[in-house]
Structures are given as structure tokens and as C-alpha cells.
Design a protein around this ligand. Structure first.
Ligand code: DQA
Length: 141
């Protein structure tokens, strides 16, 4: 069975109460539960990791080599700043999809650049929680 790691970056632990007009009222736990049922339906195994710390995310990605077949990552604010997370994804050579709940391209200019997307298979932005599910379905087939 394919193993998929779902990584969520800084402040996504605050989903539910964090800027609900931008991110909705769904909590991270709710998202994980939705992903779990999609994983069962699609016959894949999922594991979840959330951290507010860049180095911890780098450590988790590096430790994923030969453990996970795919990564779905919402790097949150680190999307726009982290060469270290980008290099970790490039280093492990695990196919990765970048997901954003909001449409980063309709927001502030500093959100229009992703340092992560160029080392990913693709990017899904603006489709809310559905973005994680679509990424999972992509890797499941
Ligand atoms: C986000 C978009 C980022 O710009 C922001 O820093 C986040 C969340 C999203 O899911 O829409 O924390 O990644």
C-alpha cells in the first residue's frame, strides 16, 4: 500500500479560529479526519505531521526517504521563504504536491512566490480542504 505523508507548516495548528474569513472554520483535526476517510476509500496509508518550526519540517522530510512514497505539503508561510524546505524535498526525491487552502495568488504580493513549487510535481491553491483530497487522489492512482 502506498504511504503518503501529509505535512502542515506554521500556524495551521490554529485552523478553525485563525482568520476564518480566509481559511474557513475547519480545524486541522477535521482536515486530518477528512483525509483519513479519503485514504481508506483510495486504498492508501497516510501519516500526519504539523510543525511551526522550519528545522523540524526539514528533519521530517529527510527522515521520509525510503519510508513514504509521496508527500503532500502545505508549507504555510515557509512557502515564501524556505530554501531549506525546498532543498529537503529536492534531496529526498519523493514526489510532492504543494497545497494551499487559500488562493495565494489573489492575496498579498509576497504570497505570489513559492520557493517550494519548483521542486514539486504540482501545486493546488484556493480549493480549501479539497486541495489535500485531490492531491491524495492523484497519488493514489
Ligand atoms: C497558506 C497560505 C500562506 O501564504 C500562509 O502563510 C499560510 C497558509 C494557505 O494554506 O492558504 O499560513 O499556506
Amino acid at each position: 500500500m502506498k504511504k503518503i505523508l501529509i505535512v502542515n507548516g506554521p500556524n495551521l495548528n490554529m485552523l478553525g479560529t485563525r482568520e476564518p474569513e480566509v481559511y474557513g472554520k475547519t480545524t486541522l483535526k477535521d482536515i486530518e479526519n477528512e483525509i483519513k476517510s479519503a485514504a481508506e476509500k483510495n486504498g492508501v496509508e497516510v501519516d500526519f505531521f504539523q510543525s511551526n518550526h522550519e528545522g523540524d519540517i526539514v528533519d521530517k522530510i529527510c527522515a521520509s526517504k525510503n519510508v513514504f512514497d509521496a508527500i503532500i505539503i502545505n508549507p504555510a508561510a515557509y512557502t515564501h521563504t524556505s530554501v531549506a524546505i525546498r532543498d529537503a524535498i529536492a534531496a529526498v526525491e519523493i514526489p510532492t504536491i504543494e497545497v494551499h487552502i487559500s488562493n495565494v495568488y489573489s492575496r498579498e504580493d509576497f504570497r505570489h512566490t513559492s520557493l517550494i513549487a519548483p521542486v514539486c510535481k504540482g501545486q493546488i491553491a484556493g480549493l480549501g480542504v479539497k486541495g489535500y483530497i485531490l492531491a491524495l487522489e492523484y497519488f493514489a492512482r
